[in-house]
Design a protein around this ligand. Structure first.
Ligand code: BG6
Length: 495
């Protein structure tokens, strides 16, 4: 059982806190996962916000939780744990003393400081925590992305935090690692003997990792236009998924061992530089299009100014080690795409020799399809005999493990999971500084090459699957982006 803790949220009235952090903590409270005496201390930028805080988060929670989760009595008991305070992060004044007083007299020995703020204030926040005597031996700090704009700025941010917190106390969050199906990937790989022997270049033809979103800018133009899809999604979420697919088995499931294995993968990524970037990457930016019969504006119309920022990326990546020698990892993410989903597809090699005649129908290779969202499922695409036909006809079928069938009332909440881990001092699902550095070391040369005029983003219609060039990149390898409908209907037989 967790020890009672104080969980301080800097930026307590901000968007992330209202949409994810407070609802996640409320879920934990309802499940009985918060210990007696655990307190949540959100900071607000003025006294009026403090006064209005509980009503404001109540309204937000109603909006962001599922309808059946919000129960008045549960919320009221949860609200007793909320202790909003006025703290101006930038000014070390009596309000910081009041925060220290609240925490020092509360009797909770465990402390988590969640910096749900722009990274520009991480440093001053840590400094003021230090000057207020709040950083105890066991205190932990949780930091949100974006961790830098490139390797250099990430290094600066990490160094600033490191002036006040030991590396073991710094919890860099990537909410994708908190998704239950993402962790299930580790269980699938390391707790099932049958996959380990089929998890390398001898058996696997290629891997696809896609995070496809339907949303556009969502009012985050200021941040997003300075970042783009490569920094916003690939540097962190997609590379973390790639690590979990490609890493060697840690000898124990500890933070240290898992992170060490992930780091080796990042360090083995074949660098993409100069001319290789154009061949191995596709950038896109959405233009106006139709989404679910509704016309939506293009990126530049939403933004209201010219920009070369990409809202779509596809990359052909290689991991230069013996397990993955010459196995392409196709990575893809985009906004305003046709459908929202996140999926990992492991495509196996075709059978070595086809024993069935052509009249039996073309065989399609096996695939292991891991759906992370919206639904959580694992499918294996197999070839079977068509039982309804007298003559031998082969056809692809899906073995389907749908977690919604087993866990009926389960809501996967990545933030809840990660906040509880931080409170328990378990850093397994957080990112080590060396991982951040290695990820940027691979991303930086791509960004540099993209400054060349020939690497401007291709336009793609909102509601489509991204620019043509993305399909062409795979077609040039005689492959295509996975679509279960195409595969099951036999429409993927072009080659
Ligand atoms: C965030 C990105 O990290 O992840 C957003 O900044 C993106 O741009 C979001 O929309 C996607 O997360 P999820 O969990 O909704 O797939």
């Amino acid at each position: 059982m967790l020890e009672a803790f104080d969980f301080v949220i800097f930026g307590g009235a901000g968007d992330l806190a209202l949409r994810k952090l407070i609802p996640g903590l409320y879920r934990a409270h309802r499940e009985g996962a918060l210990p007696n005496g655990a307190r949540i201390i959100p900071t607000c930028r003025n006294t009026q916000m403090v006064t209005e805080y509980k009503n404001k988060v109540r309204d937000a929670a109603k909006e962001h939780l599922n309808a059946d989760e919000f129960v008045d009595a549960d919320w009221d008991s949860f609200a007793n744990r909320l202790h909003p305070v006025f703290v101006d992060i930038a000014t070390r004044d009596e309000h910081w003393d009041a925060l220290a007083q609240l925490m020092n007299t509360g009797g909770n020995s465990q402390r988590v400081f969640y910096l749900s703020t722009p990274p520009s204030v991480f440093s001053v926040c840590c400094k003021h925590l230090h000057e207020s005597g709040l950083i105890t031996e066991s205190a932990r700090v949780v930091v949100e992305k974006p961790l830098g704009y490139d390797g250099k700025t990430a290094e600066e941010i990490n160094s600033q935090i490191a002036e006040y917190f030991r590396e073991e106390a710094i919890y860099r969050i990537d909410h994708y690692l908190g998704k239950e199906t993402v962790q299930n990937l580790l269980a699938l790989r390391f707790a099932n003997g049958m996959f380990e022997h089929l998890w390398d270049a001898r058996s696997i033809d290629h891997v696809q990792i896609t995070i496809s979103e339907t949303v556009g800018l969502e009012g985050r133009a200021g941040f997003y236009d300075g970042a783009g899809a490569l920094r916003d999604m690939v540097q962190n979420h997609i590379l973390q998924l790639l690590c979990l697919v490609a890493m060697e088995s840690p000898n124990r499931m500890t933070a240290e061992r898992i992170r060490a294995e992930k780091l080796k993968v990042l360090e083995s990524l074949r660098p993409l530089t100069g001319n290789t970037v154009k061949y191995n990457t596709v950038r896109g930016q959405y233009v106006a299009g139709d989404m679910n019969d509704k016309q939506v504006p293009g990126y530049l119309d939403e933004l209201g100014k010219p920009s070369d920022t990409e809202t779509f990326v596809a990359i052909r990546a290689y991991i230069d080690n013996s397990r993955w020698a010459n196995v392409p990892f196709y990575l893809r993410t985009g906004k305003r795409m046709k459908q929202r989903f996140a999926e990992i597809v492991i495509q196996y090699k075709d059978v070595a020799h086809r024993v069935y005649p052509e009249s039996a129908g073309a065989a399609t290779p096996n695939r292991l399809v891991i759906r992370l969202q919206p639904e959580e499922s694992i499918k294996i695409i197999m070839i079977s005999k068509d039982l309804e036909k007298h003559e031998t006809r082969l056809r692809p079928v899906a073995l389907n493990l749908n977690f919604a069938d087993t866990y009926k009332d389960f809501y996967s909440d990545a933030y809840k999971r990660l906040m509880l881990d931080a409170a328990a001092g378990d850093a397994s699902l957080f990112i080590h500084r060396a991982e951040v550095d290695a990820a940027w070391a691979w991303i930086d040369p791509i960004i540099e090459a993209w400054q060349r005029p020939e690497n401007k983003p291709h336009g793609y219609m909102a509601g489509s699957w991204g620019p043509q060039a993305s399909a062409q990149m795979l077609a040039s390898d005689r492959r295509r982006w996975f679509s279960i409908d195409e595969v099951l209907s036999g429409a993927d037989q072009e080659w």
